[in-house]
Design a protein around this ligand. Structure first.
Ligand code: NAD
Ligand code: UD1
Length: 336
């Protein structure tokens, strides 16, 4: 089967590409490289042991998408392309609605025109807003505190409307919790351009000595040690969750929202300690003010993924920290 991955050279897309290619599928990566590097295409090819197609393009370019779907006989799309920085979305909301919402409309138009009716969409636990109860299941109400979060809710809703309008569509919205870690070859991992927004790449860069210290955003939350609790999921578990979703779409119709998380929360201080113990490197930190919009705790009820997809996360926090650390070292070696 031929599978198009929008945002395929990004952090999550590159790992999904490997997991899916290793099942024997043909992979077409489609990305405008606004937040990734074409070099990852070579790394994916090296890991899977065969070449793959990369198209440099924007998801708002409906015509190029149509040509790509047609030329490669694409059967399913995994739609990861989009902007993802919460703070930036508050400053540039039009970019977020343009790339994320308008981009998805353009993609759906191209798919409709080419008769492609199966799509996996990268949603986020951010759609749950301030949790009303924990762990979060898929029936929890949706709300958002940023244009980024709202763009994800808008996209989920527009996808549901499309599925209602035409029952031949099969749509899975995967609500990721906190993806972290790297591929076991350590050739690929989270290597954001500029200052990392997320905790794990920031910790890793401090441990590598690239940054002086980590700011811990608040130690006065209602959690055991006062710092935020999150559900960190190994990137390869997440990637395998996509492979399971592709199989599920083969035998299902309609719109489905499914959490991809572990159900096991860790605090910021636990993450720092775990990383220090695995790497042997110090992670100096200081407590600073809460980051606007941050919730005290956010973790998944992952039962639906288990029952519907037959998937559950297998890797632990140690493996997340270890792969992150080894990836950082490989990266430093490569840049020497
Ligand atoms: P990423 O920035 O590494 O990957 C996104 C890719 O999309 C990048 O390669 C970027 O160049 C590309 N892109 C952006 N706008 C595009 C456009 N208009 N046309 C074509 N390509 C475009 O981010 P990621 O962490 O791999 O995230 C992938 C998806 O998962 C995003 O939709 C993100 O919102 C979602 N998500 C990520 C996380 C996370 O913690 N990383 C959590 C929840 C949801
Ligand atoms: C953030 C986004 C969320 C997005 C997700 C994945 C916000 C408010 N939320 O989630 O919408 O879907 O990333 O991209 O930005 N932390 C620090 N210091 C740091 C960085 C983070 O203490 O330098 C803390 C945070 O306060 C939080 C935890 O680490 O408690 C995890 O943060 P992060 O990795 O940014 O993920 P989320 O906040 O869960």
């Amino acid at each position: 089967m031929s599978i198009l991955l929008t945002g395929g050279t990004g952090y999550i897309g590159s790992h999904v590409a490997v997991a899916v290619a290793q099942l024997g599928h043909e992979i077409v990566l489609y990305d405008n490289l606004s937040n990734s590097d074409e070099a990852v295409v070579t790394q994916i090819a090296q890991i899977i042991g065969r070449p793959l197609t990369f198209i440099r393009g924007d998801i708002r370019d409906t015509q190029l998408l149509q040509l790509t779907l047609r030329a490669h006989g694409v059967a399913v799309v995994v739609h990861l392309a989009g902007l993802k920085a919460v703070g930036e979305s508050l400053v540039s909301p039009l970019d977020y609605y343009g790339n994320n919402v308008q981009g998805t409309i353009s993609l759906m138009q191209a798919m409709k025109a080419e008769g492609v009716r199966k799509i996996v969409f990268s949603s986020s636990a951010t759609v749950y807003g301030q949790p009303k109860y924990l762990p979060l299941d898929e029936a929890h109400s949706l709300s958002a505190t940023s244009p980024y979060g709202r763009s994800k809710i808008h996209i989920e809703e527009l996808l549901r409307d499309v599925a209602v309008s035409d029952p031949s569509w099969s749509i899975a919205c995967l609500r990721y919790f906190n993806p972290a870690g790297a591929h076991d070859t350590f050739l690929m991992g989270d290597n954001p351009k500029g200052t990392p927004n997320n905790l794990m790449p920031f910790i890793a860069q401090v441990a590598m000595g690239k940054r002086a210290r980590l700011e811990v955003f608040g130690d006065d939350f209602e959690t055991e040690d006062g710092t935020g609790l999150r559900d960190y999921i190994h990137i390869m578990d997440l990637a395998e969750g996509h492979a399971a979703a592709l199989e599920f779409l083969g035998s299902s119709q309609g719109w489905h929202a499914i959490n991809l998380g572990t159900g096991q929360p860790y605090s910021v201080l636990q993450m720092i300690r775990s990383f220090e113990s695995v790497s042997g490197a110090a992670v100096p930190f200081e407590i600073s003010a809460r980051r606007p919009g941050d919730v005290a705790a956010c973790y998944a009820n992952a039962n639906k993924a288990k029952s519907v997809l037959g998937w559950a996360a297998k890797r632990n926090l140690r493996e997340i920290c270890e792969s992150t650390w080894r990836f950082q070292q490989t990266l430093a070696q490569r840049l020497k």
